[in-house]
Write a protein that binds this ligand. Structure first.
Ligand code: SF4
Ligand code: SF4
Length: 475
């Protein structure tokens, strides 16, 4: 990959930056980042964390604004309930999501990892900040780890891990609230464990996994476990916008020696970009799978460039092609085409979600049943129909059925019920009874209007069979 720096050794690709030759882990002590990108990421992370912790508490007409009950197959998005009957929408959303991830990554690299991924946000914006607060910056953390277990070390480590455990518990409960709702969470807190065993186990497992992720695994989740990270190698191409070191401008690197004539590039080999890296890599080696595009090295290098009065952007968002040609072109035709396609896909999903009806109806003539002459009234014949209505709303509804296109037609409930409880299905059988005079052919198209609360919610087109069992029902 590092063809752009032919004189540099490629040996860094033979091993992970955080693992020794013996296979032991090298603990990463990244320096506390600061700078323009870090401030922006903090703002984005604060908004996302607020959404995570507050949204489950928001209710609309007594129902959660958002609920992702995967096991119960019940989803509420922006106050609208989705269930198994919306399977096609979920399939479309999942296909759209997978395509989006691929296309987005081809164009914008791992922007998701650096700015939106929960792993990065929890690690860098919550757990790492607590660590800096208690143990200090990288050098102080290293020194603390090296010193014997005296009172100060026990206090600092103990305090840190207690706070980590509390944070893991809080995050686990917030995630659980998205799945079981705040009411489910209240049940978990108020009822005996024996009555909420499943939820209790989920809470303990979530908390434990989150604690282990951020107290111990950390960058290894990104570099060894996350499948999205592993896929980068096949998704990125020379036009992908990732965090790049401008080797053309930076090389040959070397420290500034005062009063000496030096024929060097802009990189003063200060190692600041490496020291802040949470995955322990040197971005100057080129694009690497371990890079989560967190921008910490951009901030660190910009700070150095500002101090030595050279232009910032030695490390920046850029494509490999841009670095090689020196032509700054972020929005290539491919990037624009993919972005337009992604926007259209997103618009289609939003359109389908927003135009989704509150009810799903089917009225079909019962198979194998012919027209029946009405007992005691030979001027009328009837057909039997199976009715199935799905109520996707949170309201109880009593729908009425009316035949629209045949004069003096009646609808009579034969079995079942048409009453729709919230988020339920009603199944019934009805007779459509019509005067024989109105039936002029064997198969007459009919339109049945279904009304709820005085409004027509749908008009179902079906057919009315005019042939009476055993004799002709037609005139
Ligand atoms: S921070 Fe910038 S100047 Fe310092 S080593 Fe990294 S790339 Fe070179
Ligand atoms: S190389 Fe830079 S952007 Fe990539 S993970 Fe390290 S600090 Fe973050």
């Amino acid at each position: 990959m590092n063809n752009e720096e032919p004189d540099k050794k490629e040996e860094f690709r033979d091993h992970l930056a955080t693992v020794t030759e013996k296979g032991e882990r090298i603990w990463v002590y990244p320096k506390k980042p600061k700078g323009k990108f870090y401030r922006l990421r903090t703002i984005v992370a604060t908004i996302l964390l607020a959404i995570l912790f507050l949204v489950p508490f928001i209710k609309v007409h007594g129902h959660p604004l958002m609920l992702l009950d995967i096991l119960g197959r019940k989803f509420i998005l922006f106050g609208v309930s989705f269930g198994p009957h919306d399977f096609h929408l979920f399939v479309l959303a999942i296909i759209g999501g997978i395509i989006s991830i691929f296309l987005f990554t081809v164009v914008y690299g791992r922007i998701f990892c650096g700015w939106l991924c929960p792993q990065t946000i929890f690690m860098e914006m919550l757990f790492r900040k607590v660590e800096y607060l208690i143990e200090g910056d990288a050098n102080k953390q290293k020194a603390l780890d090296k010193r014997p277990w005296d009172g100060e070390k026990i206090f600092k480590k103990g305090l840190k891990h207690i706070i980590f455990a509390i944070m893991a518990f809080a995050i686990a409960n917030a995630l659980l609230a998205w799945v079981i709702g705040v009411d489910g969470l209240k049940e978990l807190v108020s009822k005996p464990i024996s009555e909420v065993t499943g939820k209790f186990i989920a809470m303990v497992v979530f908390s434990g996994v989150i604690y282990i992720f951020y107290a111990y695994l950390r960058e290894q989740v990104c570099t060894l476990i996350c499948p999205y990270g592993r896929l980068q190698g096949v998704m990125l191409d020379p036009t992908s916008i990732v965090i790049h070191y401008d080797y053309k401008r930076g090389e040959p690197r070397g420290k500034i020696k005062k009063g000496q004539e030096q024929n060097l590039g802009d990189c003063i080999d200060c190692h600041q970009c490496v020291d802040v890296c949470p995955t322990g890599i040197d971005i100057r080696n080129g694009t690497q799978l371990e890079c989560v595009n967190c921008t910490a090295c951009i901030d660190a290098c910009d700070d150095v460039m500002t101090k030595i009065k050279r232009p910032t952007g030695l490390i920046r968002y850029a494509s490999k092609n841009e670095i090689e040609t020196g032509v700054r072109k972020i929005f290539t035709p491919k990037a624009i085409a993919y972005t337009v396609f992604l926007s259209l896909l997103f618009a289609l999903i939003v359109f389908l979600l927003s135009t989704r009806s509150d009810y799903e109806l089917s009225i079909v003539r019962t198979a194998g049943i012919m027209a029946i002459e009405q007992p005691g009234d030979s001027t009328k014949i009837s057909n039997l129909y199976d009715v199935n209505i799905i109520n996707k709303t949170f309201d109880r509804v009593e729908p009425t059925l009316e035949v629209e296109n045949i004069k003096n037609a009646q609808v009579k409930l034969v079995s079942g019920s048409l009453t729709l409880e919230p988020e339920s299905v009603a199944e019934a059988q009805i007779f459509v009874i019509v005067p024989k005079d109105e039936i002029k052919q064997l198969n007459t198209p009919i339109e049945i209007a279904v009304k709820a609360n005085g409004k027509v919610i749908d008009v179902i087109k079906t057919s009315f069979l005019g042939k009476v069992r055993g004799k002709a029902g037609l005139k």
